[in-house]
Design a protein around this ligand. Structure first.
Ligand SMILES: *Cc1c(COP(=O)(O)O)cnc(C)c1O
Length: 476
């Protein structure tokens, strides 16, 4: 019987994939790798729409031929149409995810095993060991009290879920109190924030860099709080900010049910490290006003800032936390919302179900990858890795502050950013980076790096040298 089924599956597989399957996997791989970069990139330009890109005036894209550890094997065409091919250090860790490097054997093996057993199954009404284990591990790692895990399939989705939880929690509070007050629906956020690209997540991202004007009418209007003082600001400045935010939130206490922040380090909104004392102050204010604090740890989580969570710098426990990006060690998309039992229980008791359920929620492959990545963090000494990257950036980045056109070189945990006095041209900066053996993806006035934790000192030195070359060539 099983032979019969296997046979039918084979036939069906061949029917679906056509010539490629009929001629065997190896042959189809050869056909693919035989195509020239010129041809592939032309086809890319004809059919694909890249992130943050125009189809009519596209920024050039680079073809990934191979990847290993911290390195990408890239092939690309320059403005004269000449092809180049080179292994370069990935200073971006694939948008901050690839903590343990490409093709990490532990993660590859976990994926291989899970793919052979159960790559996917729906999560509605069903459960499985990888998700259960991941729930245990996340509840254990998250700050105390946060132990109810909702798995999501991307960072933006987890932010949407967190926003829905916050609103539903407030509805639950009104029902519990029986006072008949209207539920509060606004979520306050910080100027300079980035929380994702879906409409709800955009509504709490910086209004200017988040392009609210483009989608006016479609994005809910939210109150924004002044950007908190920098990381090492004095207590006078921090106290003034706390007083101001206290006044603003007090005045909005009938509308605002939660405040969302990227604890300690604002990422895609400008790589801005801010005062832990300000975060602690915000926690006190939200508690006094019965508002939830949502910590978006999608970029800061899993050790990036030098503590496991950004909140740990301020010894703050949020009510809801979102994690994503580095969760699977960069191998697959997965995110999670982790709430306190108090929030989850109140929502459930007074409003019933939380109405959210992505199709690929709890995907077993992604869960297996997350478990492998978290095991690597725990057993690989992430704290020493992050401290080493931090020290290397400080050492090799000496002098970057004084470069022409540079306003500041900042290092926070395993991240470094070079801020210019003018917007950086993405094509110019990337091509100078590549000439120096480094892959960057700049934004706004920033050339920055959040490299894999396994980067060597030499590789960090190379990243800093490439930053210097960009300043040299573009600054005035
Ligand atoms: C990247 C990011 C998101 C969005 O995550 P996606 O997986 O890209 O949807 C949300 N919040 C923060 C802080 C992020 O850095």
């Amino acid at each position: 019987m099983s032979t019969q089924l296997d046979h039918e599956a084979n036939v069906a597989g061949r029917g679906l994939t056509g010539d490629a399957a009929a001629s065997g996997g190896a042959a189809s791989a050869r056909v693919l790798s035989g195509r020239s970069a010129r041809e592939l990139l032309a086809s890319d330009q004809a059919h694909l729409w890249h992130p943050y890109a125009s189809t009519t005036t596209p920024t050039p894209v680079h073809l990934v031929r191979d990847a290993n550890r911290t390195l990408l094997d890239l092939e690309w065409l320059d403005s004269e149409g000449t092809t180049h091919r080179q292994w370069v250090v990935d200073a971006m860790a694939s948008w901050w995810c690839m903590l343990h490097g490409y093709r990490n054997p532990v993660i590859v093996e976990a994926l291989r095993r899970q793919a052979a057993e159960l790559p996917h199954v729906m999560f509605g009404g069903l459960t499985h060991e990888p998700a259960i284990e991941l729930g245990e591990v996340l509840a254990e790692l998250a700050p105390a009290d946060l132990n109810r895990v909702f798995l999501a399939d991307s960072g933006s989705v987890s932010v949407e879920v967190a926003l829905k939880m916050a609103r539903q929690y407030d509805i639950a509070l009104t029902r519990r109190s029986g006072t008949g007050r209207s539920p509060r629906t606004k979520i306050a956020a910080l100027f300079g924030a980035y929380h994702g690209d879906t409409l709800g997540a955009m509504s709490v991202s910086d209004p200017v860099t988040g392009m609210h004007a483009m989608y006016a009418g479609a994005i809910p209007q939210q109150p924004f709080l002044r950007r908190p003082p920098v990381w090492d600001a004095g207590s006078d400045e921090v106290d003034a900010w706390i007083d101001e935010v206290d006044d603003q939130l007090c005045a909005a206490r009938d509308e605002v049910c939660a405040v969302i922040v990227e604890p300690i380090l604002q990422g895609a909104g400008g790589m801005y490290a801010w005062s832990p004392a300000a975060l602690a102050g915000l926690r006190r204010i939200t508690r006094n006003l019965d508002m939830l604090l949502i910590a978006d740890e999608i970029a800061t989580g899993f050790g990036r800032t030098g503590q496991l969570w950004g909140c740990d710098h301020a010894r703050v426990v949020p009510d809801i936390m979102t994690v994503g990006k580095a969760m699977t060690g960069g191998s697959l998309t997965q995110a999670a919302v982790i709430a306190t039992e108090q929030v989850a229980g109140t929502i459930s008791e007074y409003t019933g179900a939380l109405m959210h359920g992505p199709t690929f929620m709890g995907n077993p492959l992604a869960c297996a990858a997350s478990l492998a990545s978290i095991a690597l963090l725990r057993h690989g000494g992430w704290r020493e890795q992050v401290n080493r990257v931090n020290r290397a950036f400080i050492e090799h980045g000496r002098g970057l502050n004084e470069m022409p056109g540079v306003t500041q070189f900042r290092v926070c945990g395993a991240s470094a950013s070079l801020e210019f006095d003018q917007p950086v041209s993405i094509p110019v900066a990337t091509s100078i980076g590549l000439e120096h053996g480094v892959w960057f993806r700049p934004f706004g006035r920033l050339v920055y790096s959040l490299p894999p934790y396994v980067c060597t000192d030499d590789e960090i030195a190379r990243i800093c040298a490439a930053m210097a070359a960009i300043a040299e060539a573009t600054g005035q």
